[in-house]
Design a protein around this ligand. Structure first.
Ligand code: SF4
Length: 370
């Protein structure tokens, strides 16, 4: 996955450290040591396709802002109370709709070396006495892309396996599960995949695994005892999309058993207005930014609400046919959408964080303390 990297930048503060050296040796590309990260950003900004250049430039540095962060939900929509483990930044895969293209200025692959701080922050939450925690690596990167030159994921699986207060979700669009084989995970790691229709995968998700590769990897993880999860996000509307999403749901349940699924999320495509020109420039053949969009209360562009409710309702119905009890939730939607798509609002069941905590407790054996 990181074989596309052409330049390695090393922050002088991490130069010569064992982890830095391991990565440098495994990549075998020209390395430049810098005292100031602006040198990296300037070099990337100078490229004609600075987003593409950012995917070929890796900056090894320390995480100075803290590894654990609250998921940046909004107060207007139902947020799930997730924690983000900020282990690295950006991605070598290339999805047209990827928010990271417009989120970082400029986007550059970043990997954080100061693992002692990561371990200390996790140790603190593993000793928390509050509600169980759901922690994921998939907000600022796809952590499975780092398997080829770091032991990050196996390190995390081991740490989480030794406690009962938190669960780790490794969400990916790769099928690279080699690192998960043979690990004592104690069901504290959820192997999770973003799913989409074959049409969206082939037209909008460059360099990702195919649908069947993702589902086969999920089936293998289930066979290794890992709980699994799936995210239909972003759901993209186009002619005939409903039938295709329903087929993906059928396919999903032909690979994995419903009682090992911790949760399935569904979220329609939404984007900050500044992403549109990036998509137009980098993916001129893509039409995803030209649907029936209206600005949401969080200023993101969203499909007109009745269209979202229509596809959600059909998808929930099909999931229920296969798995009446599986936990299904919507990412960043309001009560009206919940009510009309799934027949209840989260508050009736204790709130969305509570619904997800309960499922994590049931499937992953977390210590329950609500
Ligand atoms: S896999 Fe995720 S992080 Fe990587 S480019 Fe696609 S949307 Fe962005």
């Amino acid at each position: 996955m990181l074989r596309s990297i052409s330049t390695l930048y090393i922050d002088s503060q991490v130069a010569g450290l064992p982890e830095t050296e391991r990565i440098r040796e495994s990549l075998d590309v020209p390395a430049v040591t810098v005292d100031d990260q602006s040198v990296v950003f300037q070099a990337v900004r100078a490229a004609q396709d600075c987003v593409g250049q950012g995917k070929r430039s890796l900056f090894l540095t320390n995480n100075r802002g803290g590894f654990l962060k609250n998921c940046p939900g909004t107060s207007y929509y139902r947020c799930c109370g997730y924690k983000i483990l900020d282990v690295a930044g950006f991605c070598t895969m290339d999805c047209s709709y990827c928010i990271l293209q417009a989120y970082f200025h400029p986007p550059v692959l970043k990997y954080y070396i100061n693992r002692e701080r990561l371990a200390a922050e996790l140790d603190a939450v593993f000793h928390n006495t509050g509600r169980p925690l759901r922690i994921g690596t998939g907000e600022f990167t796809d952590s499975m892309i780092w398997n080829c030159c770091t032991d990050l994921n196996s390190y995390l699986v081991e740490l989480f396996a030794a406690q009962t207060r938190a669960v780790l979700e490794l969400k990916t669009k790769t099928a690279d599960i080699n690192v998960l084989r043979g690990m004592k995970h104690n069901r504290k790691t959820i192997a999770a995949w973003s799913l989409n229709t074959e049409r969206v995968i082939s037209s909008e998700e460059r360099r990702t695994a195919t649908l069947d590769e993702r589902l086969a990897a999920a089936a293998e993880c289930e066979a290794m005892g890992y709980p699994v999860a799936f995210h239909f996000d972003p759901v993209i509307l186009y002619d005939g999309c409903k039938e295709e999403y329903l087929k993906v749901i059928d396919r999903l349940f032909s690979y994995v058993s419903h009682n090992n699924i911790v949760w399935i999320s569904i979220g329609a495509f939404r984007f900050m207005p500044q992403l549109k020109p990036v998509i137009e420039k980098r993916f001129p053949e893509s039409v995803i930014a030209y649907g029936e969009f209206v600005p949401g209360m969080d200023r993101k562009m969203r499909y007109f609400k009745p269209l979202r409710i229509d596809i959600y309702r059909s998808m929930v119905e099909r999931i229920r046919e296969h798995a009446p009890g599986v936990c299904v939730y919507f990412c960043m939607e309001d009560d009206q959408v919940w009510e009309q798509s799934i027949g209840f609002v989260p508050a009736e069941k204790g709130g969305l964080p509570h619904i997800l905590d309960e499922s994590a407790v049931t499937h992953c054996g977390l210590a329950a303390r609500f």
